[in-house]
Design a protein around this ligand. Structure first.
Ligand code: ATP
Ligand code: MG
Length: 322
């Protein structure tokens, strides 16, 4: 399997990023080839501040490496270090129907949230298609919100192949059922740009404060509650051992507990879960040259692959006359 995925440096990585995407990156890094990139060109659609974008990008690399991404197994690089992808994006753009992009819910959601919609945000799925197709990826580990974009990628690849001949490999999304859509403190999809996140490397006190703010329903404490429909329980499920989870489910089914109890258990479990990655992150943060070298090596490997696919596409559509 050839694996590709990207993550935007739009803010600090959160539980949704980890359980929906990053954990899969680590699991899949032993595959035949795996490419993971920091999507700074995508982030530029929403982060319009040089210092902020630079800081987010450094944090992104440190977070991924600290969480277990191994540069000896996978290529880790910055999206903007592979210009071949932007060129491929243009080629795909020429065959992209407007209606296909107008139907994308991720774009519509961001607009509804008041995020400024430029042409970059609108055409985001085409750049994402180029990202995926440039590496002949057949597996794309993502959260549920990206499934539609992978459908778009398949559509664009299929229509190009149909028109110009077999050039692109059709990719498939890979989701983790229980964590494909992690909810945030407001009960909606946790998103870096929605101010509803709980960060992976958040300091313990700040994390507890955010957990205490998670919205809960107002049913009386005595009532039994269905754990499967309670988002606090679903968050707890991400971290808990099977025994702790069963205990908590029994408590829900019996009733007579307060959400404060669940929040405390959640904070303890999350603390313990991410605690082990902190030392590694601090160690890497003290070696910026090493991190830069990892990203440079990753980009070199990525460019080699993306260049080959770009040439295939250019040749097929008449951009390289003999
Ligand atoms: P932004 O708000 O800037 O779009 P984001 O939090 O949605 O940021 P992305 O960088 O867009 O994060 O997505 C990176 C990966 O994390 C994608 O694979 C995406 O599907 C996954 N992901 C993001 N949010 C969640 C979530 N709440 N639950 C599960 N997976 C998620
Ligand atoms: Mg997103």
């Amino acid at each position: 399997m050839r694996v590709l995925s990207g993550i935007q440096p739009t803010g600090r990585f959160h539980w949704g990023n980890y359980f929906g995407a990053i954990r899969q990156y680590i699991d899949l890094q032993n595959e035949e080839a795996s490419y993971y990139f920091i999507a700074n060109l995508h982030a530029l659609t929403t982060v319009r501040d040089k210092t902020q974008l630079e800081e987010n990008t450094r944090d992104a690399a440190l977070d991924l490496l600290a969480l277990g991404l191994d540069p000896n197994k996978a290529s880790l690089f910055l999206q903007s270090d592979v210009p071949e992808v932007s060129e491929l994006c243009w080629i795909l753009m020429t065959g992209t129907p407007m209606g296909l992009l107008e139907r994308c819910v991720s774009y519509k959601d961001k607009v509804a949230r008041g995020i400024n919609a430029g042409a970059g945000l609108f055409t985001y799925p085409v750049l994402m298609a180029a990202d995926i197709l440039a590496y002949d990826a057949n597996i794309v580990p993502v959260g549920a919100d990206q499934v539609q974009h992978i459908e778009v990628t398949r559509d664009l690849a299929q229509s190009f192949n149909h028109h110009f001949g077999e050039v692109f490999v059709l990719p498939q999304a890979k989701l983790l059922d229980a964590s494909a859509k992690v909810v945030g403190t407001d009960g909606e999809k946790m998103s870096k740009s929605y101010d509803n996140t709980i960060g992976i490397f958040e300091d313990a006190k700040a994390m507890r404060k955010k957990i205490m703010r998670i919205v809960t329903d107002s049913r009386p404490m005595e009532d039994p509650k269905d754990p499967e429909t309670d988002h606090l329980f679903l968050l707890f499920r991400l971290f808990a051992t099977p025994e702790a989870l069963q205990e908590m489910a029994d408590l829900y089914n019996k009733g007579g507990f307060g959400y404060g109890h669940v929040k405390k258990a959640l904070a303890d479990a999350a603390d313990e879960y991410f605690g082990e990655f902190r030392a590694k992150r601090a160690e890497l943060a003290a070696q910026p040259d090493k991190v830069r070298e990892i990203l440079g090596d990753g980009a070199a490997a990525a460019r080699k692959q993306a260049g080959a696919v770009l040439r295939r596409a250019q040749e097929a559509c008449g951009l390289m006359p003999a």
